[in-house]
Structures are given as C-alpha cells and as structure tokens.
Ligand binder design. Structure first.
Ligand code: HEM
Length: 264
C-alpha cells in the first residue's frame, strides 16, 4: 500500500486535470483566506507600524550581510525547529506534524502533477513520502490533540471539548486520517468504503483550505515573519521597544522549582 499512488487509480472516475485544478483551487483559497484575514485583523498594519517604530529606536544599523545571516539563522533554527516551543513534547509534536504536513502536501502535488494520468509512470518514492507525511501528521497532531493542548494539559478540559480554535488542527488531522484510510481501502479493493473515505478526504480538504480565514492556518506565515522581526530587532538594539534585560541575578525563590510552569 505504501508504495501505491492512490491518485493514479482515481483516474478511472476523475480525470487528472480535475485533480490538478483542485490543488490549484486550494492554493488560491490559502492566498485569498490569508489576505482577507490580514485585512480584517489588521496584522500587516500592526507589523509595519511596529517595524517603523523599531527602526527609530534602533541603536545600530544592520548591513545587508548581517540581515541576511539573521534571516537565514532564524529560518533554519527558530522556524525550522519551532524553537519558540522550548525543549520538550510540545516542540517534538509540532515538528512531527509540521514536517509531516509539508511532506504530505508536497508529495500530493508531485503525485498529482507528475505521476497521475494516462501514460504516467508510478513513483514508489513519492508514494511512500505521501504516506509517510500523512502518518507523521497524524502522530504529531493526535499527540497534540489528546494530550498537549493547553486547555487539556493545563486546564483539565476533556480532550473531546471542541471550540472554533480547533478548526485548523481537526481539519488537518481529518485530511491525513481520511487520506490514509482512502489509500488503505482502495489498495484492498473495498470499493464502497474507499469511495466514502475519498469523499471525506475531499470534504476535509475543502474545510481546511476553505476555512483559512476562520482558523489558525495562517500562523505558518505569521510566525516566521514575527520570528525574523524579533531577531532583527534584537540585533539592531531596538528590542521591539522593550526595556533591556535587568542586570541582576535571576532570583525567584525555591517555589519556582516545585512545579513545571504550565499555567499559561
Ligand atoms: C506546515 C507548517 C505548519 C503546520 C502544519 C503547523 C501546525 C500546527 C498545529 C496543528 C498547531 C496546533 C494548533 C492549535 O493550537 O490548535 C500549531 C500550533 C503552533 N504552531 Fe504551527 N504549524 C506550522 C508551522 C509553524 C511555524 C513555521 C511556526 C513557528 C515558526 C509554528 C509555531 C506554532 C506555535 C508556537 C504553535 C502553538 C503550539 C502549542 O500551543 O503547543 N508553526 N501548529
């Protein structure tokens, strides 16, 4: 099953061009949803006003080389490993889900555009990467959903309590889970089940990409922007208009060691 391209067999009922158009439509939904969200939430206005203020407060002018090196380091270290989540389960779960999703999306596009349709060869590698991406997304996402969510791990809410903010993670998990179930049932020739899971796979994709405006989807664009801005502000001395760290030893008393901080 893992080396099978599920999109390839689908051409019996849906032409490859329709699948390719679906992917393009999803990309347009991401762009549209993110732009409308930025306009409504005024994120860009805030971001640029902040950058302007920080420029005035800068104590050092950074050259192009320095800026490029800060951006590269932030991309590899802070963004590439989600360093803002510290060391621990939260970060590991996020990294699993993040790289799983990137792999899942990238291999979906490669499989549909390059290996699906009449006279197209199969690519075992890309098919395996597609399945691996979905499995990693499920690992990181379900771990987060059942155990790590702040309201579950720190506020003792039950894991099945669903609020609007869960739209993103749930739609993402539905895509990966139904994708895997579709591939599994298709491989085992369970026609009606496979059709059902395919419909659910398409529906969850429509919810995930159609819901960008209402969900946390766009954090994958905002977070990297904010990390780069923060590191540039530290290097040019503007420190996002925050005071410098106190020049005194960190003395919080022994109480701080009694319990891991998890009350956000
Ligand atoms: C393909 C890229 C990404 C995917 C699929 C992804 C996925 C997710 C998911 C499913 C959540 C849980 C959302 C929730 O609170 O319900 C989340 C939270 C989060 N993400 Fe991402 N993310 C991506 C990129 C990024 C990037 C690039 C950063 C930072 C540079 C980032 C930082 C965070 C942070 C700080 C949280 C909060 C985590 C927590 O509360 O434990 N994410 N992400």
């Amino acid at each position: 099953m893992l080396s099978n391209n599920p999109f390839s067999l689908l051409t019996e009922i849906i032409p490859a061009i329709a699948m390719q158009s679906f992917i393009i439509a999803m990309v347009l939904l991401i762009i549209g949803g993110t732009i409308i969200q930025m306009i409504h939430h005024k994120n860009l206005t805030y971001f640029f006003n902040n950058a302007k203020k920080a420029k005035l407060a800068a104590t050092k002018k950074l050259g192009f080389g320095e800026k490029a090196s800060i951006v590269a380091k932030t991309t590899v270290v802070d963004i590439g490993t989600t360093s803002e989540l510290g060391f621990g389960k939260r970060r590991l779960a996020h990294v699993l889900g993040m790289y799983g999703t990137i792999l899942f999306w990238l291999s979906s596009a490669v499989l549909v555009f390059c290996y699906t349709g009449a006279d197209k060869a199969n690519s075992e590698t890309w098919s395996m990467l597609w399945h691996l991406g979905a499995i990693l997304t499920c690992l990181g996402g379900f771990w987060f959903w059942f155990f790590l969510r702040v309201d579950v791990s720190a506020e003792a809410h039950p894991w099945y309590r669903i609020i609007k903010a869960d739209l993103f993670v749930l739609a993402l998990l539905a895509c990966a889970t139904f994708g895997l179930l579709w591939s599994f049932t298709q491989f085992n020739d369970q026609k009606s089940l496979s059709f059902l899971f395919f419909i659910l796979f398409v529906a969850s994709n429509l919810i995930l990409f159609g819901g960008v405006y209402w969900s946390k989807f766009a954090h994958m664009f905002y977070k990297p922007g904010a990390a780069i801005q923060k590191n540039l502000a530290e290097a040019d001395g503007s420190r996002d208009n925050l005071p410098p760290p106190a020049d005194a030893p960190e003395q919080f008393g022994l109480g701080i060691k009694r319990e891991e901080p998890k009350h956000y």
